[in-house]
Design a protein around this ligand. Structure first.
Ligand code: 15L
Length: 265
């Protein structure tokens, strides 16, 4: 068992879920966020950290054996916000990893790194990205800085292009992009457990019948998602009007993000 696992973004949607599930992986779980978190429980440490603050990030990473990095700006935003958390923040994180010898990261990248691919094309994890906004661009940057720190310094990262990770698929696009919390947990456990991880990009969706992502090149990881958004199709159909055939939510993998403008400061 590792000594200390760091979960960043621990106050957010995925951080809170995985905090409740991954406690057995380390003697101590360090939880970090810029905002509010539940107080530390048994075997937990709580740290407040703005990812743009290099010194604070260095202290956050010191003493950690592995990182599950959910921290960062999670949707489209003005450039200064994206840059602080997802560009400067990623540089600060990997510098801290290099300096303190933390060699394994699970990075919450996003489907918005490839949002401008169409839903009628199947793409694999080696395709050249087509981000759908500044946020998507920042996730491509995150994948690239992870690649550089792997090839130069041996720091291993799984960049998971997460689809839509919520309790249930809530719209028609999510019938393809949904990732259940259980499947995310299984994926993180594999990425932290596998002896040699390297630096793969992995699509993060469940075993959905409707699917435009091909993970066959990372089959070696042994991650087998088990849930299927198809089970919720009738519910989604009943709750939501079917979008028009030319709506961004139907045409593009990134859905509505592709139609968003550049957010001003
Ligand atoms: C993301 O990257 C966001 O963090 C999340 O809030 C969802 O919007 C998700 O993508 C999605 O595409 O459904």
């Amino acid at each position: 068992m590792m000594k200390r696992l760091l979960i960043t973004g621990a106050g957010g949607n995925l951080g809170r879920q995985m905090r409740a599930r991954l406690g057995d992986l380390a003697e101590i779980v360090r939880l970090a966020d810029r905002g509010n978190m539940e107080p530390a429980g048994e075997n937990e440490e709580v740290v407040t950290c703005d990812l743009g603050d290099a010194e604070a990030v260095s202290k956050m990473v010191e003493g950690c054996d592995a990182i599950v990095h959910f921290g960062g700006q999670p949707v489209e935003a003005p450039w200064s916000v994206v840059k602080n958390a997802n560009i400067d923040g990623m540089y600060n994180l990997y510098e801290a990893c290099r300096i303190h010898g933390c060699n394994r990261v699970v990075f919450a990248s996003s489907n918005h790194a490839v949002g401008f691919f169409r839903q009628d094309e199947v793409i694999d994890n080696t395709i050249y990205p087509k981000p759908d906004g500044l946020y998507g661009v920042s996730k491509v940057f995150g994948e690239m800085i992870a690649s550089m720190y792997f090839h130069k310094f041996g720091i291993e990262t799984a960049s998971v292009r997460i689809g839509s990770c919520f309790p249930e698929p809530s719209n028609h696009r999510a019938l393809s992009t949904w990732l259940s919390f259980d499947d995310l947990e299984r994926l993180i456990r594999r990425c932290l457990d596998v002896p040699k991880l390297g630096c793969p990009v992995i699509y993060g969706n469940s075993a959905n019948t409707a699917n435009f992502w091909d993970n066959s090149k990372v089959a070696w990881l042994g991650w087998k998602p088990q849930d299927n958004a198809e089970d919720y199709r009738a519910e989604v159909d009943a709750a939501r009007e079917k979008p028009a055939a030319d709506a961004p939510d139907v045409v593009y993998q990134g859905g509505g993000f592709t139609a968003d403008g550049i957010h001003q400061e």
